[in-house]
Design a protein around this ligand. Structure first.
Ligand code: KG4
Ligand code: ZN
Length: 339
């Protein structure tokens, strides 16, 4: 039987829908919410309202792009957790309504597991382009920073994670200190491209094991900028590229040093990136160079599958469908979720 699955993602500020047929992504539609940029961060109430406005048009477009109608769908997957409750509820209710009306399976998906499994997209078409099991995944997003061992689509274990800020937060909070709008990660990436990463030195935290910490770096950047601005008011404007390159360089070295440690401890050589920060050009380049020098096979999802998207929910839903891991219609959404 053909499995034609609709995936819905609404955990934060992207409203997204995707159609996946037998593990092949047919469409991936994302509506980003611009409204938050003037507030310096995501405003949960505004996010929920925007999801309500966007979800049905996004769904229609996903079906249209896939060349199918709702009648062809035989399973629905949605993001159950973690995320903003009001945002999650919108996607969950739409998914449940479709599953109920059509009497088809409902599949609840863990957002962070889906980021990891985004690395399997494209595997049906080109098996060589995706990692084999077990693989390691460095998942770096606005809310999480984790090193995950993935033994199979349904068996994953977090072996390292942040003890405070996530890598995406480190980018966004640093950008805020520099006076850049939210989300600042892509802007730091942009300015860093023409800067010198060795110009300014920021500290590398000494955290034991495979865990991360970014709050000390943020404080060091704040004090540094305050000090320099007191001496030269135009310091940030005059040195933006070098400051961004130095901040980005330090965030990347913190991430990759732990990933090298994880690879050496586990002996795993298929290594992936995932999450919104995996869109960072500096990280992608350093990750691939590190892979080459350490004999890893490296994998990074396409840009559209790195930041929040529904294709990753659909592919995870597909593997859960194969395991018959269906959810009752009483399934609730939660802001936090263990693995
Ligand atoms: O995975 P994601 O889209 O949403 C969450 O689940 O959090 O990640 C969003 C995060 C934000 O912090 C954003 O600034 C960061 O990813 N990000 C980047 C880049 N693109 C997105 N950070 C650095 N460089 C980028 N190019
Ligand atoms: Zn995410």
């Amino acid at each position: 039987m053909t499995i034609t699955l609709l995936g819905i993602e609404s955990s934060c500020d992207e409203t997204a829908a995707s159609v996946c047929r037998d593990g092949i992504i047919l469409s991936n539609i994302i509506a980003s919410q611009e409204i938050h940029s003037s507030y310096g961060g995501v405003v949960p109430e505004l996010a929920s309202r925007a999801h309500l406005q966007n979800i049905l048009p996004v769904l229609d477009q996903a079906l249209l792009k896939a060349g199918i109608s709702l009648a062809d769908i035989n399973a629905v997957a949605f993001t159950q957790a973690p995320g903003l409750i009001g945002s999650l509820l919108v996607g969950a209710q739409v998914a449940k309504s479709i599953a109920f009306a059509k009497n088809i399976p409902l599949i609840a998906v863990h957002h962070m597991q889906a980021h990891v499994l985004a690395n399997l997209i494209g595997g049906k078409e080109n098996p060589d382009t995706v990692p084999g099991f077990p693989f390691l995944c460095l998942t770096v997003s606005g809310g999480h920073t984790q090193i995950v061992v993935c033994e199979s689509p349904s068996l994953m274990k977090v072996i390292g994670e942040t003890t405070d800020d996530a890598a995406g937060e480190a980018f966004d909070k640093s950008a805020k200190i520099l006076g850049l709008p939210y989300p600042g990660g892509p802007l730091i990436d942009h300015y860093a491209a023409s800067g010198d990463p060795l110009r300014f030195k920021f500290p590398e935290p000494q955290i034991p094991g495979l865990d991360f910490s970014f709050s000390g770096l943020k404080t060091a950047i704040l004090y540094f900028i305050q000090r320099e601005k007191a001496k030269t008011p135009d310091f940030v404007e005059n040195n933006l590229a070098d400051i961004c390159a130095s901040i980005q360089g330090r965030i990347i070295s913190i991430l990759l040093n732990k990933l090298k440690k994880a690879a050496s401890q586990t002996g795993i050589k298929d290594i992936c990136l995932a999450g919104g920060v995996a869109a960072n050009k500096g990280l992608r380049k350093s990750f691939q160079e590190t892979g080459k020098s350490h004999g890893w096979r490296t994998f990074i999802p396409k840009m559209e599958y790195c930041t929040d998207n529904a294709a990753m929910i659909a592919i995870t839903g597909y593997y859960k469908y194969l395991d018959q891991a269906f959810s009752p219609h009483s399934a609730t959404v939660t802001a936090r979720a263990s693995w």
